[in-house]
Design a binder for this molecule. Sequence first.
Ligand SMILES: [Zn+2]
Ligand SMILES: [Zn+2]
Length: 269
Amino acid sequence: MYLSDYHFHTRCSPDSAAPLARQVQAALAAGVREVCVTDHWNLLDQRGNRLPAVYDWGPSLDQWRAVRDGRPGLEVRLGVEVGNGVLDPAAVDACLELPELDFVIGSLHSQSAAAGGRGIFTVARECAKKEDGIAILDDYMDTLEELVKTAGWDVLGHVIYPLRYIPEEYGLDLRPWRDRLAEVFRAVIAQGRGIELNTSAGATVEQWREVLALYRDLGGEALTLGSDAHRPEHMAAAFPQAVELLKELGFRWLCVYRRRTPLFCKLDG
Ligand SMILES: [Zn+2]
Ligand SMILES: [Zn+2]
């Protein structure tokens, strides 16, 4: 099959030191045929401060151009992961007017502005009781419903993101928000856009089961697969398990993108 890793980071992200050349080498070794580099462009920092609503494409473009042609057997595409783009959709759209750009992930790494805008990673670590985790998920769903109305993304990034960090002992999942999530997915599908299965460096495959089943039941087809690797050893992490899960749930395609438009590659082809 035409395996693709459509979510990973390099030293153009503040939280990764990996050169693109190393990430790409690791992907090739893992049997991947196409990658899309999706470095961070966050509109908020962990403390809730606004970051520039302009993305400097210079370093990303330089790095990508230096690597893309030198890898026989591997297609290297340019993307970006926009964090909380819902804060300034017009500024996001303006920065995405780049002919080299193939793909955009729309993610929420931070709480809503109304809730303070701090990083979900940070807020989740401060949880003292189950209700705190529920409040994070409530706010997350509010913001997701706003994000889905904006133009600046092709797939919603790691929809289960808060569950990565809310203490496991609370036993929370997205079932109480199922109806709201279904509405979000209906909008995604109606717009011809998609979601991703994000393995989070191999940590979250099984956690995706119910969310993906819901998306599939609603008719969702467009889906990318990403490792969210910040280091070479996590490129394509847990992809065999992820592909098995997708097949089991009835998915038939993995998407890659050209100029913000999906191409559907057979999962068992
Ligand atoms: Zn992310
Ligand atoms: Zn990421």
